[in-house]
Design a binder for this molecule. Sequence first.
Ligand SMILES: NC(=O)c1ccc[n+]([C@@H]2O[C@H](COP(=O)([O-])OP(=O)(O)OC[C@H]3O[C@@H](n4cnc5c(N)ncnc54)[C@H](O)[C@@H]3O)[C@@H](O)[C@H]2O)c1
Ligand SMILES: N[C@@H](CCC=O)C(=O)O
Length: 513
Amino acid sequence: MKPYAQEPLTDFSLEKNKIAFQDALKKVENECGKDYPIVIGGEKIFTEEKIVSINPANKNEVIGRVSKADKKLAEEAMQAALHTFETWKNWEPQHRANILFKASAILRRRKHEFSAWMVKEAGKPWHEADADTAEAIDFLEYYGREMIRLKEGVPVISRPGEINQYTYIPLGVGVIISPFNFPLAIMAGTAVAAIVTGNTILLKPANSTPIVAAKFVELMEEAGLPKGVLNFVPGSGAEIGDYLVDHPKTRFISFTGSREVGCRIYERAAKVNPGQKWLKRVIAEMGGKDTVVVDRDADIDLAVESIVYSAFGFSGQKCSAGSRAVVHQDIYHEVLEKAIAFTKTLTVGNPAEGHFMGPVIDEHAFKKITNYIEIGKLEGKLMLGGEADDSVGYFIQPTIFADLDENARMMQEEIFGPVLAFCKARDFDHMMEIANNTDYGLTGALISNNREHIERARKEFHVGNLYFNRNCTGAVVGHQPFGGFNMSGTDSKAGGPDYLILHMQAKSISEKL
Ligand SMILES: NC(=O)c1ccc[n+]([C@@H]2O[C@H](COP(=O)([O-])OP(=O)(O)OC[C@H]3O[C@@H](n4cnc5c(N)ncnc54)[C@H](O)[C@@H]3O)[C@@H](O)[C@H]2O)c1
Ligand SMILES: N[C@@H](CCC=O)C(=O)O
């Protein structure tokens, strides 16, 4: 087997790639509007009540309808997962990994098609959708290999007269709850990490992107995943989310999403309910308020590019988004002016037409972000953008505010939209102080040519993913394991060497000879 290598991204400047992607978009457009089932124990169930998925760039376009699970169906899914766990846990790890490799091969063949679904359903621009699909392939390839690495456990010391063994065994039934913003990569990555380690799962996707998830469930079936390993239960977070989190047979929960929901899950999962005989494990990867810090002697053009791409990639809807630029006072105005000029070159529009930025995900996000723009007008100076139009889709122009106080709401709260706040810093001490002054601790970047400051930031900049002289988004599986500190979550480091172990329990076995 070849060593793991990152899936290459598509070069859309090549005409043949552009045409192939346009063809995929046409294919997907022709397939829009279909119904998708709940899947329990391999059985496809269509219900009356549906989650209707719409195109955020065109509210009149229905992407598809997914059957909606209620508590009764969630319970059936739990029973199917419990039943299947008894056989799946005994599958050879290599055989479980082989299913991931097969799934990866299918996904690679249908790469543009999956990306096109994300353009339509999540409003992802081409290059962002392509990166999302590539990351999903990376998770399949990386976790498959990781399971093979861990299958014998790790060596421990044996004294004369005894043999000691230290191995990892699966946990049980896991509930996987995923966000809308990486509808394929995070949904698939969290699901297959749980599956390849021998657990069975209930997958609850985000309600704005259930079609991408439904397509992935079909793909896993095609890859040979036995019935009942992956049970697909789209539904209301409040109804079936709570039900499954509270369920006494739930062994672990792998959640990615907002701080609010993550904290709710963490708290509920801590309660031991009647019939429960373990403490639930919770992986919770939550929000961020991430900073690009620009030092006095930074390369200004690099700083500008890093700030703008970190802030506005996928309309700022990344937990890693650099929504704060903290700039040394001596170069503050130059960086601000250049960032405004650079942002003006970005195009905003229907992502199917190849714009840099598309819409935000839905009406709720649109209202929340536009409300923050009003707060920004009170707290700072509006330098660019601020316009929003939801007549056709949920479009918000890239927006820049200047001169924010370091403790302003715009500098502290996750907006999750294309809104960037600039804040001036006196010196490097002040920069580090501001960089660490939120409840979060997910990503951050320092743009600097000062080696002493880089070394100081390595220790002092308290984030799970720290970058020097580049943007603070775009972690690569196997290269930059991803997860945050503080209120950004449990620092699980998806795509890293410690991740699979979170889905297993270690067993120490000693035999006296
Ligand atoms: N740290 C990371 O790795 C990471 C990655 C991606 C997104 N995020 C964060 O996710 C958020 C954006 O995603 P979102 O808007 O989909 O988040 P969200 O918290 O609104 O929803 C996430 C998931 O939780 C479900 N949910 C809602 N209420 C629930 C409940 N009571 N019980 C169980 N599940 C429930 C939703 O239906 C959805 O599937 C941002 O805060 C972003 O920073 C974090
Ligand atoms: N892993 C992604 C962010 C995931 C959250 O939205 C990145 O590194 O940009």
